[in-house]
Design a protein around this ligand. Structure first.
Ligand code: GLP
Length: 234
């Protein structure tokens, strides 16, 4: 594992964006199209802004296909909390990325087909993970097997508590790519900043792998690079 500790979130965003561009440039030397999963959430917003502002012309973004890591179930199409809305605003529209998104309404067969489509495209080249405060990856909550498939899930209370309520309601269920397909990516990058993430990073990166901390499933990966700020550093 490579660990980069940057002094603050802004410096972290710049360093991570440069790393992602270097990763994609390397992939595009050997593959016609890169298959990527980029996390949603507050954590990578500044990193995606760096990609748009500083790296717009660093590569042919039309050769980067974006797959969606996870999505809430049961939200109306116009709900701004949808991760697909986030991805369109921060990455897909400004960078003109080809994309294969989730609706959150997929049944088990459709989720199996989504995972099969990733395999048919040659598998994932690059995954950027954020980390939940309980150590979740995507919506693979604590207790998820490390070979978990892409599936419907029930969110843990610690996760739903952090979702912004609309009319007093928070989504309780979701769909997520499984740890199996995500961790099979040829390159894994993890980003976290702020003191709230530090306990999950300590459990996930410094202690023995344990399904109660899904982050710990990345430890065995041969090409893992973790980016944190000083406050989150494990
Ligand atoms: C969310 C998403 C994850 C994300 C994580 C951290 O609920 N399911 O993909 O990485 O939790 O979110 P944030 O960056 O807002 O802390």
């Amino acid at each position: 594992m490579q660990l980069s500790v940057l002094p603050d979130p802004a410096t972290l965003a710049a360093a991570l964006a440069a790393q992602l561009v270097a990763d994609l440039q390397a992939v595009l030397v050997v593959r016609a199209q890169a298959q990527v999963v980029f996390s949603t959430g507050a954590t990578p917003i500044a990193t995606y802004a760096e990609l748009r502002r500083r790296h717009l012309h660093a590569l042919d973004w039309r050769r980067v296909q974006l797959w969606q890591m996870d999505e809430y179930r049961g939200l109306p199409p116009v709900d701004l909390r949808r991760f697909s809305t986030f991805l369109r605003a921060h990455l897909i529209a400004p960078l003109q990325l080809p994309h294969r998104l989730l609706t959150g309404g997929e049944n088990a067969a459709q989720l199996h087909a989504y995972e099969a489509a990733i395999a048919a495209a040659g598998g994932l080249d690059l995954v950027l993970y954020g980390v939940g405060i309980n150590g979740h990856l995507g919506f693979n909550e604590p207790g998820s097997p490390f070979d978990a498939p892409t599936r419907q899930v029930v969110l843990h209370a610690s996760t739903t508590a952090r979702i912004e309520p609309v009319a007093g309601l928070r989504p309780q269920r979701a769909v997520t790519l499984g740890l199996g397909v995500l961790n099979a990516a040829r390159r894994l990058r993890v980003v976290a900043w702020g003191p709230a993430k530090r306990p999950a990073l300590v459990r996930g990166l410094l202690q023995s792998p344990d399904p109660q901390t899904p982050l710990s499933s990345v430890q065995a990966h041969p090409d893992l690079h973790v980016f944190v700020d000083a406050a989150a550093a494990p």
